[in-house]
Design a protein around this ligand. Structure first.
Ligand code: NAD
Length: 391
């Protein structure tokens, strides 16, 4: 059944918060990525950071101290206690927890009457994603998913090229990315243990590759997926980065994927050929290719895949019978505002009701369904149909 509701429509009218005062912000999960959130919130003149919660005692307090933000309440054992503290008068939270607690933190926050900026990937399973969308619909709260690469001008250019009709009808996409040696363990094991991460490369960086192309083509519904994943590097105690950092024991904790590949059928007769790696004996999983009936777009990959365009894009097309190639130069980074600043600003503006939700859940539900479909198909060794009920 089709997924029909449009969160942008619900957000297009009156202000969603009391704009006569500063927006009161909380941070759930004060680990690595929360550093980027707080750095951007601190730059926003209409924001007051009032609370933070982390499961690890003392971690939230140390976090705000490190960032020089005073007067923040942190004496909460979990996100639930923070949300229950009505004296905070929270307007919005950033959910910066590991993947396994994304769904519970986002749902509890919206049910407590708070707008949510939820880090990527949206969650772990399709079922969780559906519950998140249902909570959003029931509560009418603003929910945006933290895909800051979307706000990059080069990424926007991919969508502009597709929308211009220059490529004609899109029928095939190859995408993905990867690192030669890049299992993320600089701050411990929350990215590699199943109980915290739930997904490896597939969720961590696979979600970016999927968003890059699916956003460009208007997020068609995924229909079927045949997926495969592996863990050869992560489970190997002699994996070079474990050895370099003196942590061969990480191999026994590794419970997610470090490589995944899939063949996905999308509504509209479009085929998506996907692969992603945290580690592999290769320098790249290949450039992203979007093939259309009038033109083909090549988007160069980057070595350390994190959802960015790796060089000048090229359109291969025909002009007056000649096969030509048009180069689209890289648009330089905006030095005044980082992608993270844009992610936070666009979320705050959506909370105020003065801008659309930057990355709506109705789109990322499909992203998550593909990721989870790959995991599920891999587990049973067969192609599966993707079923998404009415929200
Ligand atoms: N957008 C980006 O560029 C980007 C970059 C890195 C990570 N991320 C995402 O951010 C998320 C967090 O990554 P990280 O590296 O900061 O992880 P981390 O493990 O360093 O921090 C997560 C923190 O959340 C806390 N936590 C978990 N559940 C909680 C709960 N219910 N209540 C309160 N605290 C809770 C943990 O105790 C931990 O301190 C991941 O989902 C990751 O994919 C996004």
């Amino acid at each position: 059944m089709a997924f029909t509701y449009d969160p942008n429509a619900a957000n297009s009218s009156a202000a969603k918060v009391d704009t006569s005062r500063k927006l009161r912000i909380g941070i759930i999960g004060t680990g690595w990525i929360a550093d980027a959130h707080i750095a951007s919130y601190k730059k926003m003149p209409d924001v007051e950071i009032v609370a933070g919660a982390d499961l690890i005692p003392g971690k939230a307090a140390a976090f705000f101290k490190k960032h020089g933000v005073e007067g923040v309440k942190t004496d909460y054992a979990s996100h639930k206690e923070m949300l229950a503290d009505k004296s905070l008068q929270l307007d919005a939270v950033s959910v910066c927890t590991y993947n396994r607690t994304h769904a519970v933190c986002a749902i509890d926050s919206m049910k407590a009457g708070v707008h949510v900026l939820l880090e990527k990937p949206m969650c772990v399973t399709t079922e969780e994603a559906i519950e998140i969308c249902r909570a959003e619909k029931e509560t009418g709260k603003v929910l945006s998913i933290g895909f800051q690469p979307r706000l990059d001008e080069n990424m926007k250019m991919i969508k502009k090229i597709v929308d211009s009709g220059e490529l004609g009808q899109i029928y095939y996409i190859q995408t993905g990315g990867g690192r030669r040696r890049g299992i993320p363990t600089p701050f411990g094991t929350t990215f590699i243990e199943d109980k915290t991460a739930g997904l490896g490369a597939l969720g961590d960086i696979g979600c970016y590759s999927l968003d890059m192309v699916l956003n460009a083509i208007g997020y068609p519904k995924p229909l079927t997926v045949s997926g495969w994943k592996s863990d050869f590097f992560g489970k190997d105690p002699s994996y070079s980065n474990y050895v370099k950092t003196g942590h061969p024991e990480y191999a026994s904790l590794f419970g997610v994927d470090d490589f995944a590949a899939a063949f996905v059928r999308l509504e509209g007769g479009i085929i998506l050929d996907f692969r992603i790696a945290w580690a592999m004996n290769m320098d790249t999983c290949g450039d992203t290719l979007i093939l259309g009936t009038k033109g083909g777009l090549r988007i160069p990959s980057t070595e350390c895949w994190n959802g960015s365009v790796g060089g000048a894009m090229k359109i291969y097309h025909e002009v007056c019978g000649s096969q030509v190639c048009t180069e689209i130069p890289i648009i330089p980074e905006d030095r005044n505002m980082s992608l993270f600043d844009k992610k936070i600003r666009s979320f705050l503006d959506a909370c105020k009701g003065i801008a659309p939700i930057p990355v709506p859940s109705s789109q990322i539900l499909y992203n998550q369904a593909i990721i989870d479909g790959i995991a599920k198909s891999s587990a049973i060794g067969k192609e599966i149909a993707i079923e998404i009920p009415e929200i």
